[in-house]
Design a protein around this ligand. Structure first.
Ligand SMILES: [Fe+2]
Ligand SMILES: [Fe+2]
Length: 212
């Protein structure tokens, strides 16, 4: 599939989910829609960050790279909001407000991508290359993280940035798997730290007592 078609399809899907949220009344329905929004946006952001953005940066003029850097910052904010929403329920006072602000942020970002960034991409890459890139993104989507991790790297390691055509599909998959692994490691480390914190708070710390 053409890379820009794949991304636009994702954008439309998320827009429809936000619209459904706006029209939903029941808490169970709202919770289920937000779960889907979190999953769709987590996968979409990871595919753009690990595969799409690095590939287009290689091909675009240096002066256009600022657009990608801005996009990464916008993703960063969106992923923090997603990670907060993940821990909330529709019973929380701020739940609807958070979803609304998320929707506004995503809407702004999608408009910039489709109206400005994609134009530059079409100039920098021909249809054949964009189809090849789309194939790599489809493969990456299948192994992408389904949950947000704003602390995980939002660019792939240099060794996995491949020019379009040169083993791009395999590298895209590898970059995505590395990201999932990194996220899992970070999560385990955070749990360990939280566990140690709890032990200290309840007076069960194994840290040696000061003797003076
Ligand atoms: Fe994006
Ligand atoms: Fe996007």
């Amino acid at each position: 599939m053409h890379a820009l078609t794949l991304l636009k399809n994702d954008h439309r899907k998320v827009e429809a989910l936000f619209k459904a949220f706006e029209n939903a009344d029941a808490r169970a329905k709202k919770a289920s829609l937000v779960k889907q929004i979190i999953q769709e946006l987590s996968i979409h952001a990871a595919v753009e960050e690990q595969v799409f953005y690095p590939a287009i940066r290689e091909a675009m003029a240096d002066s256009d790279e600022d657009m990608v850097l801005e996009a990464l910052e916008e993703h960063h904010i969106v992923k923090w909001v997603l990670s907060e929403l993940e821990k909330m329920t529709p019973a929380d006072e701020r739940f609807d407000a958070k979803v609304k602000v998320l929707c506004e942020n995503v809407d702004h970002h999608v408009k910039e991508e489709e109206r400005e960034l994609f134009k530059k991409v079409r100039k920098a890459l021909d249809t054949k290359k964009l189809n090849e890139l789309g194939r790599a993104m489809e493969a990456a989507k299948k192994v992408a993280p389904k949950r947000p991790n704003p602390r995980a790297p939002d660019t792939p390691p240099a060794r996995l940035v491949a020019p379009i055509g040169a083993g791009l599909v395999d590298r895209a998959r590898k970059a995505m798997r590395d990201l999932v692994k990194t996220s899992a490691k970070q999560k385990t480390a955070r749990r360990g730290a939280a566990g140690r914190g709890k032990a200290t708070a309840t007076g069960k710390s194994h840290r040696p007592r000061a003797t003076h």
